[in-house]
Write a protein that binds this ligand. Structure first.
Ligand code: SAM
Length: 337
């Protein structure tokens, strides 16, 4: 889906539950097919259906997938397994839907954040939050590497809106990593628990403490999904300032897949058709966290809007639908300077 078109949704799927249970990994997923009857779909690793997973079809609604995946069969001696949803002939259902899993026991040095903070950031339990963190880090590496002019180990990276360190845990060991967030408790947790990173509390004003061109890459996962239009413009300008010429900015937005998953609320759909941007109102998860409870909102974008309005500050390198959590679209940008 290259541009916003609510008439032709693509199948959406995601894994709200995935965590280790002894020698198995518990998985609980939802597939929302674009059309019924859908093709026969299976969760696969290395092109082969994963054993131990059952599928429950609720016709016209969704397919549930649930099971205990045996670690031995899943990893087959490797450090990483990559899950995909495939059709009967083994073809992946859509681009960028891969879910990378690290072998259980890796990366155990950094503890899991408390549930209060993981829920506040993305409404997931700590163990699932952690699995999604590794998966997202690996996807980002694959998507960004073709646009970078230097190895990851030499990059100066800004994680704008780092929350309680979903990416920091996996990115802070390579290159120089700086995380900023308006949530003081999340920043305090990251400082106390994640080595090799620098974490700064950010005010609500769209201006950071960093000099122009300080970073090679800025990542903002699910931040523009929460900002008013004028705050969005101000932050686009700030990101274009702090990232060096030739650098990359990678930010996610709610696009057609998020809208499909929300069953196309008519008011949102209408606003997107006419304006390309829709603010559905206050998101309460940050209530009491900053000085302004109306700051944090729920926002949808169309790709046409992004191409037209964001081009003032950025060249649009790529738009990758349903990239983050198989839901939010990823926008890769290069500052125009
Ligand atoms: C949906 S959460 C995502 C957190 C993190 N990026 C992740 O993917 O786990 C959005 C985060 O952005 C932070 N945030 C919102 N507006 C911000 C701003 N203007 N500057 C920095 N952080 C912001 C929130 O406090 C919250 O931690």
């Amino acid at each position: 889906m290259d541009s916003y078109d609510p008439g032709t949704p693509q199948t959406a799927w995601w894994l709200p539950q995935i965590e280790e249970r002894g020698e198995t990994i518990l998985v609980d997923g939802i597939v929302r097919p674009a059309a019924w009857p859908p093709p026969r779909l299976r969760l696969a690793a290395g092109g082969k259906p994963v054993p131990g997973v059952d599928y429950l079809e609720l016709p016209g609604e969704a397919i549930g997938l649930r099971g205990m995946m045996p670690v031995g069969a899943l990893f087959d001696g490797a450090e990483e397994a990559v899950l995909r949803l495939v059709t009967e002939d083994g073809k992946p259902l859509r681009d960028w839907d891969q879910f990378h899993l690290a072998r259980p026991g890796s990366f155990a040095a950094v503890p899991l954040p408390p549930a209060k903070l993981t829920n506040r950031a993305i409404w997931l339990s700590p163990r699932v939050f952690d699995k999604w963190g590794y998966a997202l880090k690996r996807k980002l590496e694959e998507a960004l590497t073709p646009h970078l002019h230097a190895p990851w180990a030499s990059l100066r990276l800004l994680d704008w809106g780092c929350g309680c360190g979903r990416l920091a845990k996996y990115l802070s060991g390579q290159g120089s990593y700086t995380g900023i967030d308006i949530d003081a408790e999340a920043i305090a947790w990251c400082r106390a628990n994640i080595p090799n990173g620098s974490f700064e509390l950010q005010g609500l004003e769209p201006r950071t403490q960093f000099e122009a061109g300080r970073f090679d890459v800025a990542i903002g996962i699910s931040i523009f999904t929460h900002l008013r239009e004028e705050d969005q413009f101000a932050w686009l300008k700030e990101l274009a300032r702090v990232v060096k010429p030739g650098g990359v900015v990678a930010v996610s937005v709610n696009g057609a897949t998020s809208l499909f998953n929300a069953s196309y609320p008519p008011s949102v759909r209408e606003a997107l058709k006419t304006r390309g941007f829709c603010d559905t109102g206050i998101e309460n998860t940050l209530k009491g966290v900053t000085s302004d409870d109306s700051y944090y909102r729920n926002i949808y974008h169309t790709h046409d809007y992004i191409r037209e309005r964001w081009s003032e500050w950025f060249e649009i390198l790529a738009i990758l639908p349903a990239f983050v959590g198989n839901m939010q679209d990823m926008i890769l940008l290069r500052p125009r300077r």
